[in-house]
Design a protein around this ligand. Structure first.
Ligand code: AN7
Length: 362
């Protein structure tokens, strides 16, 4: 027995989402798990948003996952299944986080990772992850939607398994985030807010809440409120966007893979899918970091930005319990964080007086 297995003072290590929620994952019955200890992420109360909303707002901080985004929940499931099915290589199209996650789990399982990403359009941190985990990184002169089409075609014509969220096992893993919210809060929130790109995550949360409701674990299901970037908002307009554009590269998607599921989640929950501008996204990203101490990547701030927008329009009832999923870590994309900021705008001699003056201390 290793020391990790030995419980100390009655506490055990979190075992990852598949082991923690095995009875809810029949598709993985008896399958050995490839895990990095994903899930079990904190719910952090946002004092900022609680004041804005005049209610109780919690952040589900998914940047705390092993590769820094919520994608790890689905990837432990997908890579475990791929290994069971004797795959040798796995492929995904990605705006960055899926490729980082898949590469890490594939490395652990000794499967060959192949990733297709839009040329020059993914954040450097995510690219570094894929490279370090040994992926074949193929940059495609096109957008995410082109990458996904190619990934599907590769999986059809060659011996590689597709692990994008069109693979239903991914959503099975991701639905565990809804379970965790309920298990921590002791019930379902009134509203669940999150960013939407390919729309897998909003669909997975809804699946999780529905399963808990069907089993009598919760007495109501939350409204699902999704937010897309204004330049990439096909679910808001109802039509595909051929040239999606936004600073939030992670959700730069014109034809979401889980379109129908997301629409169903919106309709069945009595929720909404709206758009937020890049300016609103960047402002929310800064507020989350400077007021709540939670540094997220731009796409991850879309939910918070949407909540602020709806409050400003008088469309949020006070006194509600709201959970906002912040999907990925800010360190993924430091270029975006530093854009337009003078990083070192005060350079001084190594002198106490000068340092104090520059710091505005008197
Ligand atoms: C930080 O990595 O699609 O609506 O290829 O990285 O489930 O797509 C990433 C999506 C939100 C949107 N926040 O989630 C990919 C990819 C972050 C993300 C989304 C993504 P979905």
């Amino acid at each position: 027995m290793t020391s990790v297995d030995a419980p100390r003072r009655g506490r055990r290590q979190w075992r990852g989402v598949v082991e923690e929620y095995r009875e809810w994952l029949p598709l993985l019955d008896g399958v050995p798990v490839v895990s990095l200890g994903e899930g079990g992420t904190p719910l952090v109360r946002s004092e900022w948003l609680s004041r804005v909303v005049d209610g109780e707002v919690w952040l589900k901080v998914e940047g705390d996952n092993p590769t820094g985004s919520f994608k790890d929940r689905g990837m432990t499931a997908a890579i475990s299944a791929a290994l069971r099915d004797n795959a040798e290589a796995v492929v995904c199209a990605s705006t960055g986080n899926t490729s980082a996650s898949m590469s890490a789990y594939a490395a652990r399982a000794q499967l060959t990772p192949i990733v297709l990403v839009p040329h020059g359009r993914i954040a450097a941190g995510k690219m570094a992850q894929a490279v370090m985990h040994g992926a074949s990184v193929i940059q495609v002169r096109g957008n995410f939607d082109d990458c996904l089409r190619l990934a599907r075609e590769l999986a059809d014509g060659y011996p590689v398994s597709l692990v994008n969220s069109v693979n239903p096992i991914r959503l099975q893993g991701q639905k565990t985030a809804a379970f965790e919210v309920v298990d921590r809060l002791g019930g379902a929130p009134d509203v669940h807010v999150l960013p939407v790109g390919n729309a897998g995550n909003v669909s997975a949360y809804w699946l999780g809440y529905c399963e808990y409701a069907a089993a009598g674990m919760i007495d109501h299901r939350p409204q699902m409120w999704g937010f897309q970037a204004a330049g990439a908002a096909p679910l808001v307009s109802g039509v595909q966007v051929s040239h999606p554009d936004t600073v939030a590269t992670a959700i730069r998607v014109g034809n979401p893979a889980s379109w129908q599921l997301a629409v169903a989640a919106r309709e069945e929950s009595g929720g909404r899918i709206d758009a937020v501008s890049d300016e609103e996204i960047i402002a929310a990203q800064r507020e989350l970091a400077s007021r709540d101490g939670v540094f997220v990547e731009p796409a991850s701030a879309a939910g918070a930005a949407g909540l602020v927008q709806l409050v400003a329009r008088g469309e949020v009832r006070s006194g509600q319990q709201v959970v906002v999923t912040v999907t990925g870590h800010g360190l993924k994309d430091t270029d975006a964080a530093l854009q337009g900021r003078q990083l070192v705008d005060r350079v001084v001699e190594p002198d106490l007086q000068a340092a104090a003056e520059a710091a505005g201390l008197r």
